[in-house]
Design a protein. Structure first.
Length: 133
């Protein structure tokens, strides 16, 4: 067996940022990719999440086909077993099928100094910053 230590360290406490629709959220970053997840919170229909570079170039898009009530959310957590989850009244169900078939959950690279936004509803981003050791 081969064992290697993780060359990165991650912040112990997450950073959480919330924003209304069409608001660019600067993704906090370290010197390496950290762990992150985000939620699109209703009420909204067919939300789109866009990741942009520091220059505004679109790096990736995730489009969902879903109608969310005011207390519902779609969560994207690329490192979880269930990548896309729809939350209703505290109960989560797999919602990967709400993601457009040509879109994939994207990776956030801190060197891009990215921003993330949603076109409808509101966005909540949670990240654990990663740094090289």
């Amino acid at each position: 067996a081969l064992f290697c230590r993780d060359p990165l360290w991650y912040a112990r406490a997450p950073i959480t940022i919330s924003a209304a629709a069409a608001t660019l959220v600067a993704v906090p970053g370290g010197s390496a990719s950290g762990r992150y997840r985000f939620l699109v919170i209703g009420a909204c229909t067919n939300p789109t999440v866009t990741l942009r570079s520091r220059t505004g170039e679109i790096l990736a898009v995730m489009r969902f086909t879903a109608t969310l009530g005011a207390t519902e959310a779609i969560e994207v957590d690329p490192q979880a077993t269930r990548i896309v989850t729809r939350w209703t009244a505290g109960v989560g169900i797999d919602a990967f099928d709400t993601l457009n078939v040509v879109d994939l959950p994207f990776r956030i690279d801190p060197l891009d100094e990215p921003t993330i936004e949603t076109d409808v509803g509101s966005l909540m981003l949670t990240t654990w910053i990663g740094d090289l050791t």
